[in-house]
Write a protein that binds this ligand. Structure first.
Ligand SMILES: Nc1ncnc2c1ncn2[C@@H]1O[C@H](COP(=O)(O)OP(=O)(O)O)[C@@H](O)[C@H]1O
Ligand SMILES: [Mg+2]
Length: 229
């Protein structure tokens, strides 16, 4: 469903090349050292960067020149990106109505999304009154409301403590499964990748050097992935 062909991006001595497919509901981890090109590839898929060559297709739609806001993609940033002066109802409501003209059906959708991430009854709270984990959950609820088939995440939980990190990974994984979302996660942490994904692609100096299922990988890893396990 997501098909990336001969995608090329060049910048100051760095070159990224990528050709791969991601099926609906697949959960792909992009791994690699700092500077390997993970964030660049995520930004190209999101449309924040334009490729020098190559194409990005979603089913029969060519996304290569498509505005980021019109792509079938939602993005979970490391910082949860909630507006501090708005309540969760309003923060989430922006995903449904940019002018916050919320009708009863939308209010019900917001409450249901909050309940789905374990924040039932938090509609009137502002971000500052929430813990870091609760803010991450609110950002995930907003993604549920955006209702796009592809979810991109770039090192999303790097700032969270290990217990919370695990909890968020499990929440993301179960939501992706339940909703049939396609996940592309950039990470340099194999444990995170293992918790959320079913496939791993290794990037090295802008090139894809491994692409394989995660299941069973620890028992018989391809040579390129050994340093990551
Ligand atoms: N804002 C930027 N301006 C110029 N070069 C950048 C910028 N961000 C990243 N790069 C370069 O692009 C290459 C890929 O980086 P990046 O995609 O951020 O890798 P990763 O996310 O795997 O750490 C690196 O050579 C990096 O130095
Ligand atoms: Mg990065």
């Amino acid at each position: 469903m997501l098909e990336i062909t001969n995608l090329t991006y060049r910048s100051e001595g760095f070159e990224l090349n990528a050709t791969f497919r991601v099926e609906r509901g697949e959960r792909l981890a992009l791994m690699g050292q700092s500077g390997a090109g993970k964030s660049t590839l995520i930004s190209l898929i999101a449309g924040f960067l334009s490729p020098n060559a190559g194409e990005i297709w979603f089913d029969s739609t060519n996304l290569t020149q498509c505005d980021p806001s019109k792509r079938p993609i939602s993005i979970l940033f490391q910082d949860s990106n909630l507006f501090p002066h708005l309540t969760l109802r309003e923060n989430l409501g922006l995903a449904l109505s940019p002018r916050l003209a919320l009708n009863a059906a939308m209010e019900a959708q917001i409450s249901a999304a909050l309940a789905q991430v374990g924040l039932r009854g938090f509609e009137g709270r502002r971000p500052a009154s929430l813990s870091g984990g609760q803010q991450s959950r609110a950002a995930i609820a907003r993604i549920l409301l955006q209702n796009r088939p592809i979810l991109l995440m770039d090192e999303p939980f790097a700032a969270l403590d290990p217990a919370l990190r695990r909890e968020m990974a499990e929440l993301i994984c179960s939501l992706c499964r339940d909703l049939g979302l396609t996940l592309i996660l950039a990470s340099h942490d194999f444990t995170d990748a293992e918790r959320m994904c079913d496939r791993v692609m290794l990037l090295s100096e802008g090139q894809i050097t491994e692409d394989c299922p995660i299941a069973g990988l620890r028992a018989a890893p391809p040579a390129g992935l050994v340093p990551w396990l």
